[in-house]
Write a new protein. Sequence first.
Length: 129
Amino acid sequence: MTIQAKWLADSGSSVCDLGNGTAHWQADLDAPMGNPSIPNPHDLLDSALAACTTLTLQIYAKRKGYDLREIHVSVAHEETPGSYKLIRHIELQGDLAPNVRDDLLRVANKCPVHKSLSAQITIDTTLAA
């Protein structure tokens, strides 16, 4: 699936429209120049890890029959020149034995977005004529 982004100067804002052909969302700059109710690109990146972690854990817990009632995932980041560190905190609620909690942590670290962000990433860019 391809993600497309579009911005029009006539819009009078810096909001970027995004879509994948079926879903549509937006991104903007950080306030004060942008709309603070619309996530910035770093928020979108961090939210991809939070969402994938949550979805992966819920699917796995259902399949294993774990008594997992709630999942709360928060992701923050620290940025320095040449480094982007994601800090993920996972809170699991339910009647979960220590070995089950360890298993869920193991699975969280194998969610597809975690794997992608932990891999060597390359970006090939072309400019349309």
